[in-house]
Design a protein around this ligand. Structure first.
Ligand SMILES: [Zn+2]
Length: 259
């Protein structure tokens, strides 16, 4: 008999299944098994419950049947629908980045309960606080579990503690002190200036406690620089530009004052 299992899941990707109208392919990020993929069939004929539950960003209790080639979703109940992601374009854009990061970076069936909690905390926080900052905090925290962490507070080459304005190089593994940046200059053309204010902001993001209500002090230049580091880091690991970032670029052009 086919094996069944249940998961606490967030829907991070939905796509059509082999051009069929009533079948879809889902990527779920789950507390128990990390990233998993499963299909749901007959969505068009259903009375609505399952089809309605299986929406992008929903938190679900999902029952799945293991298959030889693909697992199948048998039942799904919504445990939380994040209303902010229904029609707030900023929230959708920044939330999609996190969804795409977890679905591209983490291997299948590898439990990452801390990443699940960060994602969940970020979605919850987006409902009543700034979505752009929530996404940046979560992005930096999630990348700490990626297996390709960068060093933000120490030189990636000599380990010396970074002080004041120094340098950064993603291929070298993060921050670089002035001496190492000068020494490596010939080999690392992608080195850029790493401002002290950006470092302090990233350190605050990494230390941020989602359960505590304190406000982060964020200046727009440091936020922009931190986001740029995060995006370059993510795209250097994934190896291609993320659709969610392209979507963000597009809506920023349409609404210039999005920040
Ligand atoms: Zn150094």
């Amino acid at each position: 008999m086919a094996k069944r299992y249940s998961v606490d899941a967030l829907v991070v990707k939905v796509k059509d299944w082999r051009g069929k109208d009533d079948a879809k392919f889902f990527t779920l990020f789950t507390r128990e098994r990390g990233r998993i993929e499963a299909c749901a069939f007959g969505l068009g004929k259903m009375k609505g419950d399952l089809a309605g539950a299986l929406q992008f960003f929903n938190r679900l209790d999902v029952e799945i049947v293991e298959g030889d080639r693909v697992d199948t979703i048998r039942d799904a109940k919504i445990t939380h629908a994040f209303k902010i992601f229904r029609n707030d374009l900023d929230a959708i854009a920044y939330g999609s980045i996190l969804c795409e990061v977890v679905s591209e970076i983490f291997p299948r069936e590898q439990p990452e309960p801390e990443v699940f909690d960060i994602l969940l905390n970020a979605f919850e926080t987006c409902e009543n606080r700034n979505v752009r900052i929530s996404s940046a905090v979560a992005g930096f925290q999630i990348m700490e579990h990626s297996g390709s962490q960068l060093l933000f507070s120490n030189c990636a080459s000599c380990q010396k503690q970074i002080q004041g304005n120094e340098f950064f190089n993603i291929a070298e593994g993060g921050a670089l002190c002035r001496e190492c940046a000068t020494r490596l200059r010939e080999y690392t053309p992608q080195t850029f200036v790493y401002r002290e204010a950006t470092r302090l902001l990233i350190e605050n993001f990494l230390a941020f406690d989602w359960d505590c209500d304190h406000r982060l002090s964020v200046d727009s230049i440091s936020l922009y620089h931190a986001e740029t580091i995060l995006r370059r880091h993510i795209e250097s690991i994934v190896g291609f530009p993320l659709n969610s970032y392209k979507f963000l670029d597009m809506i920023k052009k349409q609404i210039p004052n999005i920040a």
